[in-house]
Design a protein around this ligand. Structure first.
Ligand SMILES: Cc1ncc(COP(=O)(O)O)c(C=O)c1O
Length: 362
């Protein structure tokens, strides 16, 4: 049995008929950008997040840049961010003309460590960018308290956590703004790049709405230096129809996570935290192992797909030479040992059985 890490063809197969209907409605509408489909998705996704506003943008990176730009921080102000995140979280801070301050995560759940946030705060700190890595929400109760105490903005990178629950809400509503990505591999994925900003702040939402469209509200009148970062009508209509199935997608992921967590028993593997099986969105199911190359070879022979999220930490990337000499042992240990197992709703029971059996025989 050959099991790919993720087959977008399989995950999208169930929607093919609906996509065709949406494409045909899109063609006959003649409205390709900034129309009713986008408005409908924005309203529905805001409702899903139990938040007031959603502004669709071109991708998750732009969502972060637009949020950070909208605060109009002074240049070179500092934003605290976890050192183990996808490169885009840090890139967004740099692109907004700000300075990323990288802090170590917890080794237990791979998320930003609150004590390390506090010790990284300086007179120049203006915001915390918390990342819900792998589909698990950060400790927002304590992070929001800290941000309030130091008058810092709280921005959330939720590119990997659509549908994760925190205190009964599917979004972090204590944050100033949350950035989502709908890249095709995400729990809610478009058929192209796409993203959104979710916020309860009306002014912030309208500023981002303007800035995703060159800084223009009235045709050919430019009030600020925005981006061209619009979410297309076609992708918005695909996302709108898929949103109806997001909870089912996540339920299936939780069921698979529960099986992996209870049935995989192998001392060579460190499993992800199991305390919030029914709240985490399980975008990725990440195990750790000391000898990753051996595990990779073993899975290859068994024809089970895997991926590494991520092999090189941001501070060791060529694009960030100013951080190359930082000493971040927890982040480096995570990057050295992680491996992601197949995790998506198109996995069959037999495939999950086979993955569990194979890992127990490792
Ligand atoms: C944590 C995180 N932040 C930001 C992004 C950027 O999203 P996009 O690829 O839509 O720009 C991603 C995308 O993979 C991500 O995983």
């Amino acid at each position: 049995m050959e099991i790919p890490f993720l087959s977008l063809k399989s995950t999208n197969q169930q929607f093919e008929d609906l996509y065709k209907l949406a494409l045909s409605a899109f063609l006959s509408s003649g409205q390709y950008m900034l129309g009713k489909k986008l408005e409908s998705f924005e309203q529905n996704f805001a409702n899903y997040c139990q938040s007031k506003y959603c502004v669709g943008v071109a991708n998750g990176l732009d969502a972060l840049i637009l949020i950070l730009d909208s605060f109009k921080f002074k240049r070179k102000a500092e934003v605290i961010v976890p050192a183990n995140t996808y490169f885009a979280s840090i890139l967004a801070i740099k692109k907004a003309g700000l300075v990323p301050v990288l802090v170590e995560p917890n080794l237990g759940d791979y998320l930003i460590n609150i004590k390390n946030i506090e010790s990284a705060i300086t007179q120049n700190t203006v915001a915390v960018l918390a990342v819900n890595l792998y589909g698990r929400m950060c400790d927002f109760d304590n992070i929001s308290k800290l941000c309030n105490a130091y008058s810092l903005k709280l921005v959330v990178d939720a590119a990997q956590s659509h549908g994760a629950v925190y205190e009964n809400i599917k979004n972090c509503n204590g944050a100033d703004a949350t950035a989502y990505s709908f890249y095709p591999t995400k729990n809610l994925g478009a058929l192209s790049d796409a993203g959104a900003v979710v916020t309860d702040n009306e002014l912030l939402a309208s500023s981002i709405r303007k800035n995703r469209n060159y800084g223009s509200e009235i045709k050919y009148q430019f009030d600020s230096l925005g981006l061209n970062s619009r979410l297309s009508e076609l992708q918005a209509s695909f996302l709108d129809l898929k949103l109806n199935y997001l909870d089912a997608e996540i339920l299936k992921r939780r069921q698979i996570a529960e099986r992996y967590l209870t049935e995989i028993k192998n001392e060579k593997l460190i499993m992800p935290p199991s305390d919030r099986i029914h709240e985490d969105a399980w975008h990725l199911f990440v195990v750790r192992t000391d000898n990753r190359i051996e595990l990779m070879n073993y899975l290859k022979t068994a024809q089970i797909g895997y991926d590494i999220h991520y092999p090189i930490p941001p501070h060791k990337q060529k694009a960030l030479p100013e951080f190359n000499n930082l000493d971040l042992p927890i982040t480096e240990e995570i990057h050295r040992t992680v491996l992601s197992l197949p995790m998506n709703s198109s996995l069959s029971v037999e495939e999950v059985d086979f993955i569990i059996f194979t890992l127990n025989s490792y």
